[in-house]
Every structure is written in C-alpha cells, then in structure tokens.
Design a protein around this ligand. Sequence first.
Ligand code: NPG
Length: 374
Amino acid sequence: MTFRIARIVLREVALPLREPFRISSGVTRERRILLVELFEADGASAWGECVAGERPNYSPETIDTCRHALTEWLAPLVLGRTFPGAADVGPVLDAPVRGHRMAKAALEMTCWALEAELAGRPLAAVLGGARREIPVGISLGIQATPAALAEKALAARAEGYRRVKLKIMPGADLAFVAAVREVLPDQVLSVDANAAYRADDAEHLAGLDRFRLAMIEQPLEPEDLRRHAELQRRLETPLCLDESITSPARAEDAVALGSARIVNIKPGRVGGHGPARGVHDVCAAHRIPVWCGGMLESGIGRAHNVALASLPNFSLPGDLSPSARYWDRDIVTPEWTMSPDGLVRVPFDRPGLGVTVDRDRVDDLTVRMEELAA
Ligand code: NPG
C-alpha cells in the first residue's frame, strides 16, 4: 500500500510532569515534546513523537536540533514523495543526512503509524509483533535520601510493577540500592547510571554485585564499547546498554565485544521502528534479551513503544508506565493503564496507534506550530 506525504505539522507541546525526574546528568520538570502529524494526499493522517529532551544531557540531540533537522533537511526529503511502505522511509532519510536519529525517528515512526492507519491494522501487527500484554517496569529518579527512594520503591511494588529500576550516580548509589534491597528482598531490581561512571570505577561498581540486580544499565560513556566489555568481564551482574546502541551495527559490535548481555531498545533513539527492529533481530540472533525503554513520552510516543515491545524478543519488562504516573491528564484517550499485576495491554483490537489523540488538549498545550507542505 503506497502513500504520498502531502503535509507535515510539527508542534511543540509543554506537559508538566507530576513530579520532577532526576537522572545523573540533570532533572526534567516539564516535558517539552515535539509532536509530528503527517497528512497523506488522500486525507489520512497519523501521529508521532520526538523523544529528544530540552538539553543535550542524554544525547547530543535536543528538541530544538530536532525541529531544525526536520524542517531544514528531513521533511523536504519526504514531502510530495510517494513511498511503497514505511520501511522505505528510513533509507531515504539516511542517505543524505548523517546522525540526527531522534529527528529521523519522529518522522519514520509516524510513517509506520500512517501505514497502519491506511491498512486498517494495529501498529503492533504491522511491525510484526504478537505479544498481547507487556510486563511493565518503573524507572525511579534519583531521590534526596536512600529512605525516600526505598519508600518510592515500596509504593511501586504495591502498584504491581514487575521490575523497579533505580537511577544512580556517584554519591547516590550503593547506600541507595542497599536501602531498596532491604525493603524489597525479592523484587526484580536494576540500576541505570546514564553514563555517570568512568572505567576506573570498576571496583566500586563491583560493589553492586551483592544486590542481585537484574542489570546495570549504561554505566560508562556511550561511545566506549571496549571499556564496557572490560567492565562486564569484572562484574557478575549483566550490563545493559541504552545510549550506546544507536543502530543495528552498533548492537552487533556490542554483542561481538561482550559489552552487554542485555539491550534497551528505544525506537526514538535509534532512528525509528525500522532500525529498532534491526536491533531487535541482531539481539535475538545472539540470544541477547531486549526491553523497551522510555523517554517520558506522552501517550503518543507510548503507543509506538508499546507496539514495538510486542515483538518476540522483548522478553524483559519495559519502561512503559501508565499515563497517570507522568501527567495529570494525557493527550490520548483512552490513557495508558497498567493492570494490578503489572501488565500493559497492546491494543490489537484497534487500527493504527490504538489510542485517539485528544486534539483539544493538544491545542491547549501547543506552544509552537509549523506547517510544512509539498
Ligand atoms: O518511564 O519513560 C519513562 C522514563 C524511563 O528512566 C527512563 N528514562 O535514561 O532511560 C533513561 C531515562 C530518561 C528519561 C532519559 C528522561 C532521558 C530523559
């Protein structure tokens, strides 16, 4: 089923988080989110979302670099053009533009939603997924004290989360993890450093082995696969890579070097659903389990992530918390929810994203809008 892209609307919305979210490199209080709406020549439309944040503390890209890349370089490559399918969009963006994966992903993922919409099929099915329910993990930001973190972790367990991930950084690690492990002796726990450590912290990080963590995520710099491999050889706990994995080829390198035993896939980080499936397949071929990360997305980005996470090798709980964890009110209906036993349902009973975008709410939250036409 071919489609021709006639119009692209880029909007920035500002969504206040219910609670500030602190990672090793900074805190997010309000999510400035870039939304993409694509219009097909015959009138069909679809939504997508860019995961880039306000500052370059997670990746070099930001919401502003993404808006620039989309308007100046990426949108002109697709506007007025007819595509045989969404899988053909990524290569068209990659040929003349290096990097800018988050900007590309916003556009590429929206094309998948459009394809699903036009075919009248759920996005999850179009991507090749089959899982009806995905186990959900929560990611807890860095708290002021170990006791405060332990309290949050207990509440998360009571809500049913299947895995509790703790953000760590030098000065907020061993004592914090110890406090949580003490109150939750049997819970699946993991930690995420967002690249806050250096190779010579290996001895210190080995101190985490005693907490029986499911994984230590992204301890070192994203570029540094070799030192992750050296660190993995010193630790019992599996390493998981997030920021480091930017493409299927990087995933292959990481596996070949032994840099990770688990991979976090965020389609918005790797350039879209096409490359995300590529990373998934590389990992599946090497028996490396994957899970779907989150970037404090609105319900639109969450719909894309949930659909992707229905693929077979997503065998570990994803950062797919329900809408109410982040927002007083989401921009989609129905909002994303989690069952009492920690599962999110994949909307296989509805075409496209499986949720409806609340246009009035989006309009209310829009702080900037741009329309690009062929
Ligand atoms: O539940 O969506 C969520 C947040 C999951 O911890 C989470 N995201 O490093 O994976 C990450 C982290 C993050 C959040 C990174 C915000 C950057 C900004």
